[in-house]
Design a protein around this ligand. Structure first.
Ligand SMILES: Cc1cc2nc3c(=O)[nH]c(=O)nc-3n(C[C@H](O)[C@H](O)[C@H](O)COP(=O)(O)O)c2cc1C
Length: 198
């Protein structure tokens, strides 16, 4: 059992999503004591934003890549390999300014690789990675889940589905900036959900 943990709070382990991620990992480890855990904390170990040079490295045929381009390609492949090696992915997902953290977008930009994690066929896109469970711990200051303003949940599902991973479960902690009482209840509810999910 390999667990891949992706944290994307700018507050590192002080983030609400990170606290929920840690609790989820503890719950999984209680069930699978032999589990190995690989942690990718995108705030302490940020992934560069995609730019022309990096995407150029992806699009350059392998035999023509410069040394720098080979390093960019290898880094992206290492991120994809982490997903391949995982049996369960735990993702911390804060909402910042109505979207996902830009650090997480950079991770997605290095993982969504045509011909490697997905491909286009005559019937449309096809994910190339093996399906596996993903538990998403979504932390928000306000309330969005189930409304049209929640563009994040369908986006994350779309991304994972695109690369072949459709077993994506969301646990929401919402209203975290709506007073201590609301916050406490929301975090408690999220914690009880993740215990139930295992
Ligand atoms: C820069 C910034 C932007 C935010 N934007 C939103 C927002 O658009 N909607 C919302 O509901 N909460 C927003 N919040 C509140 C966060 O979603 C909330 O603090 C949540 O706990 C973030 O997860 P984290 O603690 O794991 O970082 C924002 C917080 C910050 C710091």
């Amino acid at each position: 059992m390999n667990i891949l943990v992706i944290k994307s709070s700018v507050f590192g382990d002080n983030g609400n999503s990170s606290a929920l991620v840690n609790a989820q990992v503890d719950a999984l480890k209680a069930e699978h004591p032999q589990a190995t855990v690989v942690v990718r904390d995108l705030s302490t170990d940020p992934i560069p934003h995609l730019d022309g040079e990096r995407v150029g490295a992806f699009f350059t045929p392998a035999e023509q890549r410069s040394v720098e381009q080979q390093a960019v390609d290898a880094f992206s492949l290492a991120l994809i390999d982490e997903i391949k090696a995982a049996d369960h992915i735990v993702l911390g997902l804060p909402m910042y300014n109505f979207g996902i953290p830009s650090q997480l977008k950079s991770w997605i930009d290095h993982v969504a690789r045509a011909g490697i994690s997905f491909r286009y066929t005559e019937h449309g896109p096809q994910g190339l990675l093996e399906n596996k469970p993903v538990t998403v711990l979504a932390a928000r200051g306000g309330i969005y889940a189930g409304t049209n303003n929640d563009t994040v949940t369908p986006y994350i599902k779309l991304f994972f589905g695109f690369i072949g991973i459709t077993e994506v479960e969301f646990i929401f902690a919402e209203g975290l900036n709506m007073g201590d009482d609301v916050k406490e209840k929301a975090l408690d509810a999220a914690l009880s959900e993740l215990q139930a999910s295992d």
